[in-house]
Design a protein around this ligand. Structure first.
Ligand SMILES: Nc1nc(=O)c2c([nH]1)NC[C@@H]1CN(c3ccc(C(=O)N[C@@H](CCC(=O)O)C(=O)O)cc3)CN21
Ligand SMILES: CC(C)C(=O)C(=O)O
Ligand SMILES: [Mg+2]
Length: 296
């Protein structure tokens, strides 16, 4: 069954729109229910990162949400951290991912420096991201300090995903990418951050690189679904960087499971191609334009 049609007016491969089928911020939020003693999620939420149209097409049917992560700084652009990532990069890749998806909610990371200054700055840049990409939500890093900004955006029509625990844009403050919440005091701060962002209106929260105990507490206490990355199975959903999960990266954090070894497969394909070009065994007649033999 073909899921795509070619939109000839733009010559772009675009998904056939299915009205009303795309996941929405309220539908994600509603996956978590109030029960006695806290909150729980029946079926875990599935999120992966995507940066390109074609990858979005392939991942979209299997996910609830696609995240255009600022990890594209490292993954796509070879930058040393997410700090140098620009609004222009996020908009370009965000638009590509929206064009390649029709089912998953697409969220775009707000890059470092585009939202921390004030709620006004955050609104100006988040609305630009939504207008230029067609995404349904933005994600921003930070806890209590960002709660007023999360509140400001959500009251003005912008669904927000929070991100607490290991927040990579704060790498220069944290001093590295080590797991967070190893002391009781730090654990309390991360819990307060998640609660503050949830109460400010975030429809879900990414919790990254924290001890399992914290994830257990937060998942139970916080109304917004908790999407974990390196935060144990106690979360309401999981996210990974797609390139990590496909085995495209040499060195990956401990929390990554490799579901494939694409790096090895790509190297092998390139090696075979080079061998055949050099040995003149590619191209063959099948890949060569020749006049058709006459039919009469
Ligand atoms: N490819 C990729 N995957 C990610 O998960 C990711 C990015 N890029 N870029 C943005 C942030 C940065 N993240 C990172 C980066 C490194 C580690 C890491 O090296 N962790 C080590 C422990 C490091 C330490 O203790 O200092 C580990 O073994 O888990 C973890 C998360 C998560 N995000
Ligand atoms: C790892 C996820 C949560 C992220 O923020 C990113 O890909 O930038
Ligand atoms: Mg990010």
């Amino acid at each position: 069954m073909s899921t795509f049609t070619m939109d000839t007016s733009t010559s772009r491969a675009t998904p056939t729109p299915v009205p009303g089928k795309r996941m929405t911020a309220p539908s994600i939020r509603a996956r978590k229910e109030k029960v006695e003693g806290g909150y729980r999620t029946e079926q875990p939420l599935v999120m992966l990162t995507a940066y390109t149209m074609r990858m979005a097409q392939l991942l979209d049917p299997h996910c609830d949400m696609l995240l255009v992560g600022d990890s594209l700084g490292q993954v796509i652009y070879g930058l040393p951290s997410t700090i140098p990532v620009t609004l222009e990069m996020m908009c370009a890749h965000g638009a590509a991912v929206v064009r390649g998806s029709w089912h998953s909610l697409v969220a775009v990371d707000m890059p470092f420096g585009s939202y921390e200054g004030s709620p006004d700055q955050a609104f100006a840049n988040a609305s630009r991201i939504m207008k230029e990409t067609g995404c349904a939500a933005v994600k921003l890093e930070g806890g209590e300090a960002m709660a007023p900004t999360v509140d400001f955006l959500t009251r003005r029509g912008i669904p927000v995903i929070g991100h607490v625990g290991l927040t990579p844009q704060a790498v220069n403050i944290l001093g590295g990418y080590g797991a967070r919440g190893k002391t009781g005091d730090e654990a309390k701060l991360i819990e307060r951050d998640a609660l503050a962002v949830s109460e400010a209106g975030a429809f879900c929260i990414v919790v990254e690189g924290v001890m399992e105990e914290i994830a257990t507490t937060i998942a139970q206490k916080v109304a917004a679904p908790i999407i974990g990355i390196g935060a144990s199975a106690e979360c309401d959903g999981q996210v990974l960087v797609t390139d990590d999960m496909l085995g495209m990266f040499e060195r990956t954090p401990r929390f990554v499971k490799r579901f494939d070894d694409l790096a090895a497969r790509i190297s092998e394909a390139a090696r075979t191609y080079a061998e055949e070009v050099r040995g003149r065994t590619f191209p063959t007649a099948d890949q060569t334009y020749r006049p058709k033999p006459r039919q009469d």
